[in-house]
Design a protein around this ligand. Structure first.
Ligand SMILES: *[C@@H]1O[C@H](CO)[C@@H](O)[C@H](O)[C@H]1NC(C)=O
Ligand SMILES: *[C@@H]1O[C@H](CO)[C@@H](O)[C@H](O)[C@H]1NC(C)=O
Ligand SMILES: *[C@@H]1O[C@H](CO)[C@@H](O)[C@H](O)[C@H]1NC(C)=O
Length: 444
């Protein structure tokens, strides 16, 4: 179903079909030409796939970043094949939340204690120092931060010295008080008015969960104004439907996609007494009970972090090509990040390796379920720091971060459940972004 495709592809395929339909009606000769073209396309496709296989690791030589080649869509598998990936699959939730109890011993994961750098002083010799939300992590600090042990590390929310302006992500005191009460959180965000507000499906969420789970939607002022102008106005208690609206002022990054990674990865920093959190991208509508989600993805699987794999791609090499092909981000910034990861040991995904540490190296990060355990919190901080340091395309840094964390902590397990994308589709309905046609898609 075209509807289930990711936004960009969705609108592109729709446009293409419309184009095709019109021409088929007008000019039968075109049918012939189209056949001819697809014949050429497919022979090209075959050649390129071979090339692709041969030339892994040489993506920054410009062969694949050219737009003309991009238009040939060489890296996408034939449509019929990808289509069957887009059907939701069955998720066997428990019937109700009534008998739900956290399993005994569930929280017996690797224990250590993390604290966070909250303030940075100006180094004496440096007068161009500018306080930043992500802080100024040195390479050595970065390397040490990967050890799963008691430590103090960068994890966003770094302030400058006294007298410096805020580094951003400012929240109202009343909202902070509310957030401090949350034990289980579902959160999402819309910054830069990039999406419509999708209300969770009320009928799927049990009364108990409505009372005991915080559903928080972070918005910037611009998005709130836009929603309000369309009649979506928070009530006196700050709710629109089940979403508790929280306004964020002074966004730390000019790139809205980067700003969106703060609530996405740092829920353990934002909700300091929360034990569990669920992240859902604003392009999706939540249509399952949050507590049943915890039971299914974490408790039942004895895992502390759950994320879905990508519906199509498994290798970061492919993901890099795709990001460039769709012009998702500055190409040289992608190359820089990717080169760094390769120099630090990132390997290609090996599909035939039965002992592969992950079923895929490319996540579909629009839905994440987390227990706020030390390992899970550490991983979230590390992943955030990669996004802060490099591009906002978190699919590029996921496997690197996971594999490095694993490599540097032999004997200390991180229980990550990488589930199938079709399961994600069953719990959250996917829409395309508001700004699809005019801007690159934000917050994904
Ligand atoms: C780590 O921190 C915890 C709690 O603060 C403490 O009980 C433990 O002894 C520390 N471990 C080490 C190795 O310092
Ligand atoms: C793209 O990224 C490179 C390297 O990070 C940077 O030097 C350059 O200014 C960026 N270009 C744009 C248009 O942002
Ligand atoms: C992939 O894994 C298989 C099975 O373990 C192994 O035989 C093969 O050499 C691996 N391929 C690469 C490129 O590492």
């Amino acid at each position: 179903m075209a509807f289930y495709r990711l936004g960009g592809e969705w609108s592109r395929s729709r446009r293409w079909r419309r184009f095709a339909r019109v021409w088929m009606q007008r000019c039968p000769l075109w049918i012939f030409s189209l056949c001819l073209l697809s014949l050429i396309y497919f022979s090209f496709f075959g050649i390129k796939v071979q090339f692709h296989g041969l030339r892994h690791g040489q993506v920054n030589q410009g062969i694949f970043s050219s737009n003309e080649i991009g238009e040939l869509e060489f890296s996408r598998p034939p449509r019929a094949k990808s289509r069957k990936h887009h059907v939701p699959c069955e998720v066997r939730f428990l019937e109700s939340v009534d008998d739900l109890v956290e399993p005994e011993n569930y929280m017996k994961f690797v224990q250590f204690s993390l604290t966070y750098i909250t303030k940075e002083e100006i180094p004496d010799e440096n007068n161009i120092f500018k306080p930043q939300f992500g802080g100024h992590q040195t390479l050595k600090q970065r390397e040490n931060s990967y050890y799963a042990r008691n430590q103090t590390l960068h994890c966003g929310f770094v302030k400058g010295p006294e007298g410096f302006p805020s580094t951003g992500f400012d929240l109202h005191e009343k909202d902070k008080e509310y957030m401090a009460t949350c034990k289980v959180v579902v959160s999402s965000c819309i910054f830069g008015s990039s999406d419509f507000l999708r209300r969770p499906t009320k009928s799927k969420i049990h009364t108990y969960s409505k009372k005991n789970v915080c559903l928080v939607m972070f918005l910037d002022e611009l998005t709130l104004a836009k929603l309000s102008s369309e009649g979506q106005i928070p009530d006196d208690n700050g709710y629109i439907g089940l979403w508790r609206i929280i306004v964020v002022k002074n966004l730390p990054y000019a790139d809205m996609r980067k700003t969106g990674k703060i609530p996405k990865f740092l829920s353990h920093r934002l909700f300091q007494s929360a034990r569990y959190s669920i992240w859902i991208d604003s392009k999706m509508r939540l249509q399952a009970d949050p507590l049943l989600i915890l039971e299914y993805f974490l408790w039942r699987k004895r895992s502390e972090y759950a994320i879905s794999n990508h519906y199509d791609r498994h290798c970061v090499w492919e993901e890099v090509l795709q990001n460039k092909r769709l012009n998702k981000y500055n190409h040289s910034a992608i190359d820089e990040q990717f080169r760094f990861y390769q120099s630090d040991g990132l390997m290609k995904f090996n599909e035939s390796d039965p002992s592969s540490p992950l079923p895929s190296y490319v996540p579909e990060g629009s839905f994440i379920v987390r227990a706020h355990t030390p390992m899970s919190n550490l991983f979230s901080c590390l992943w955030f720091n990669e996004v802060n340091q490099f591009t906002s395309r978190d699919q590029l840094s996921f496997a690197y971060t996971f594999l490095k964390l694993r490599r540097m902590n032999p004997g200390k397990s991180f229980f990550l459940n990488m589930f199938k994308d079709c399961e994600r589709r069953a719990i959250a309905k996917l829409f395309h972004h508001r700004t699809e046609d005019s801007h690159p898609p934000p917050a994904s």
